[in-house]
Design a protein around this ligand. Structure first.
Ligand code: ADP
Ligand code: ADP
Length: 216
């Protein structure tokens, strides 16, 4: 199954992508995680995207598209995959269409997580992640067993620098102007399903599995 997860920053795409990947046994491909990994490793790409990400802007389409095309050339995507945070612009969506054609594959569904804007700021400001394993928590909605420490690794949890209040506002504006129009793009192609992003993560997962015809 080939899935795209759409939704504003903080909607729960990463959380849902991990749950879906485990349920459907297909890889979770997050462009945000890939960029953060490049930054952490200090690669040339990481240096290119660092300031853009910290300011809450979008990485240029050609840079992002090249990274995704390369990722989709790996053999583990043969049984399907979940794209989280890509595409984010209409140009990226058009590029992905071409890549899928060249692979002889077809998108199954673009799932859009719907959530009121007021809730997003709290979701982002409370988000903490493990620098070692990437596990994502929320200080109140999904806290670790010991405050500030990863359940699995024990490592001190960190806040993303782009989850600070000043950057969050820019990211929400970028979403509204550049990414939200993709809902129409996929709706016109008959591929869009909207799912409520509120409720507990397992309820959101169940709603997505229903629209995907995978309810158990
Ligand atoms: P969130 O999960 O909060 O929506 P992501 O982890 O997906 O955030 O993305 C973090 C940042 O990485 C974005 O603000 C942007 O700078 C960059 N980024 C991620 N995916 C893309 C993309 N498809 N196109 C351009 N920039 C991207
Ligand atoms: P995105 O990838 O769309 O930016 P995340 O999956 O990283 O979103 O979630 C943003 C924050 O909200 C995280 O702190 C996460 O733990 C929390 N979160 C995710 N899903 C839910 C939910 N259904 N209810 C409450 N909090 C949630």
């Amino acid at each position: 199954m080939i899935l795209i997860l759409l939704g504003p920053p903080g909607a729960g795409k990463g959380t849902q992508a991990k749950l879906l990947a485990s349920k459907l046994q297909i890889p979770h491909i997050s462009t945000g995680d890939m960029f953060r990994d490049h930054k952490a490793r200090g690669t040339e790409l990481g240096k290119t995207v660092d300031a853009i990400m910290s300011s809450g802007g979008l990485v240029p389409d050609d840079v992002t598209n090249a990274m995704v095309k390369d990722r989709l050339s790996r053999p583990d995507v043969a049984g399907g995959f979940i794209l989280d945070g890509y595409p984010r612009t209409t140009a990226q969506a058009g590029f992905l269409d071409q890549v899928l054609v060249s692979m002889g594959r077809k998108l199954d569904r673009a799932v859009s997580y719907e959530i009121a804007q007021e809730l997003l700021v709290d979701r982002m400001s409370g988000r903490r992640s493990c620098p070692t394993c990437g596990a994502v928590y929320h200080v109140t909605a999904n806290p670790p067993r010991t405050a500030g420490a990863c359940d699995r690794e024990g490592a001190a949890l960190v806040q993303r620098d782009d989850d600070k209040a000043e950057t969050v506002a820019r990211r929400l504006r970028e979403y509204d102007s550049k990414t939200e129009p993709l809902k129409r793009y996929y709706h016109e192609r008959g591929s869009l399903s909207e799912v409520a992003g509120t409720g507990a993560p397992d309820e959101v997962l169940a709603a997505a599995l229903r629209v995907l015809g995978r309810a158990s």
